[in-house]
Design a protein around this ligand. Structure first.
Ligand code: ADP
Ligand code: MG
Ligand code: ZN
Length: 520
């Protein structure tokens, strides 16, 4: 298939030839990175004609990003980010990522695309390089004004892509590059993007047709053979299930997959047992809220809904596998980022699976509220205990150390001596003790943790501040007082971004009109 803009020569999209430069590589990079650069240069030989690849600047599951320097015809040297997609990426997926960049990129805080190389199944997307700082490194020294601007610019990018019917699906600081010195911002990584029903991105429409093997939710497993006594299992109970049959949507995978699911095994109704619950297809079973799984449940086809992204940034409708997901999911993620920046804790939610993520959300936004919102979008969520909704200002100020005795003020999370039934669609699920929801959010924040690739943040403003350069130190001293003057509008906006119900959640366009930004 044709990718746009694909080129096998050193010709840029604006038509001018970029002169190659094969100077000596700086010897700072590790041997490992050097090897990777060599491998890439062999795989896509055209690259070396244009770029001096000097470093690897990003590595994820789906790509590696390199720094390339090109000597332009006018003599300037320019830096580019070269995103090498894993060769197993689905061609439509790659083309859709490119189309998002070409259609929406290059303005409104969305990264642009300069170029694209392809050789066989290797694709390299060339973007302007943007120097940036990792949020985890600077969160302790950011002023409130910087946070306000950051969110404003993130919302600007979201409004822009949402206008094109693009749902980014992976909004998180790693994908929103921030250069603190030049106050520039760039949304990157459309590798998980999906289209709304009326998307302007033609290739995003094609993605909905891509087959994907239904994959269970993280942490979802059948415990038929390991029925532990309730007394030995310690978790708050959550279950989510569909309360109305809904269209199953198969999201396009980033990876190519030719495996398709075979027919479902025949379902049998266990005789002599009183049906306790009617499920979607009218089949009944007895395992509801017990710590075992019956054959009916075992043969049930898992509900498939798009759920790409990072658990801690996923909206409740994503976590509960609601099939109708829209641009509101990105707004939720922006809310999680704002919560993180206001509280000074990054990442805010650290969850290894969706059920833990949902429990953590409930511990902040309230379990009753979550249950009610889920009902509105067609999901039943249950929690074995009531988790009260927290006041966002109190929460953030406490975590920031601006209120005394955090442990006394912040409502404790559900504790460990609850029944451990975590069910979805009548499947009993459990998690390993290390993944207990009870260890969620606030407790974890004491240490701070994140996506495995991310460094730990001490969570201690003082310590973090000491690590900053003296230049930054001055800035911190100047700006740090503004944390005493966080206007109520900030928490009001946060509350609107973290609306549990996507139907009433503020949109990016509306959020930009929020009083918090009235002077911008
Ligand atoms: P992935 O799909 O693997 O997450 P991304 O597009 O998010 O790939 O890129 C991974 C990382 O590479 C980013 O988090 C960022 O640090 C870096 N990166 C990506 N694009 C650029 C760019 N244009 N300029 C500078 N760094 C970039
Ligand atoms: Mg990324
Ligand atoms: Zn069952």
């Amino acid at each position: 298939m044709e990718l746009f803009p694909v080129c096998t020569e050193g010709v840029s999209t604006d038509g001018c030839v970029i002169k190659s430069d094969r100077g000596q590589r700086k010897s700072k990079v590790s041997r490992e990175v050097e090897i990777d650069i060599e491998i890439l240069s062999k795989a896509v030989p055209q690259l070396a004609k244009v770029f001096r690849i000097t470093d690897k600047i990003g590595e994820g599951t789906f790509s590696s990003v390199y720094l390339g320097e090109a000597q332009m015809l006018d003599g300037r040297r320019e830096m580019f980010a070269l995103k090498h997609l894993i060769p197993t990426s689905h061609p439509t997926r790659i083309a859709a990522e490119l189309q998002c960049l070409t259609v929406a990129g290059g303005r409104e805080n969305v990264i642009g695309v300069t170029y694209c190389f392809r050789k066989d199944d290797h694709v390299v997307i060339v973007m302007p390089y943007m120097e940036h700082q990792a949020i985890v490194d600077i969160i302790g020294s950011l002023s409130f004004e910087e946070v306000r601007l950051y969110i404003f610019h993130l919302l600007t990018a979201l409004r822009h892509i949402h206008q094109f019917g693009i749902i980014h699906r992976d909004i998180k600081p790693n994908n929103f590059l921030y250069n603190r010195n030049s106050t520039t911002y760039a949304l990157v990584d459309f590798g998980l993007a999906q289209g709304t029903a009326d998307t302007h991105i033609e290739l995003l429409k094609d993605l909905t047709g891509l087959r994907k093997v239904p994959r269970p939710v993280f942490g979802e497993r059948n415990l038929n053979s390991c029925t532990r006594a309730p007394s030995t299992t310690k978790q708050a109970a959550i279950k989510t299930e569909s309360v109305k049959p809904s269209k199953t949507e198969e999201p396009a995978s980033r990876k190519c997959s030719s495996v398709s699911r075979g027919p479902l095994p025949a379902r049998t109704q266990s005789s002599g047992q009183r049906p306790q619950r009617t499920v979607q297809q009218g089949l009944t079973c007895n395992c509801y809220l017990t710590d075992r799984v019956c054959n009916i449940c075992m043969s049930r086809k898992p509900q498939v809904a798009p759920r790409a992204g990072t658990p801690g940034f996923r909206a409740p409708e994503v976590l509960t596998k609601c099939p109708n997901q829209g641009t509101a999911i990105d707004v939720w993620s922006a809310g999680v980022i704002l919560l993180s920046l206001l509280s000074g804790r990054y990442p805010f939610f650290k969850a290894s699976d969706d059920l833990i993520a949902l429990t953590q959300i409930m511990s902040i936004r309230g379990s009753r509220e979550t249950i009610q919102a889920a009902k509105a979008f067609g999901k039943a969520v249950a929690c074995s205990r009531v988790l009260p909704r927290q006041d966002l200002r109190t929460l953030c100020e406490t975590l920031r150390g601006r209120r005394p005795s955090p442990d006394d003020e912040v409502t404790p999370l559900p504790d460990a001596n609850e029944d451990s039934t975590v069910t979805r669609h009548h499947r009993v699920q459990e998690d390993t003790p290390t993944h207990r929801p009870t260890e969620g959010t606030l407790k974890q924040h004491k240490g701070g943790a994140g996506e495995s690739a991310e460094r730990e943040h001490s969570g201690n403003t003082e310590t973090t501040r000491l690590k900053q350069s003296s230049e930054t130190d001055c800035k911190v001293k100047e700006d740090v007082q503004d944390w005493d003057r966080v206007p109520h509008e900030a928490y009001n906006l946060l509350d609107r971004l973290l609306d549990l119900n996507p139907a009433t959640r503020i949109t990016a366009a509306q959020a930009l009109q929020h009083p918090l930004f009235k002077d911008l």
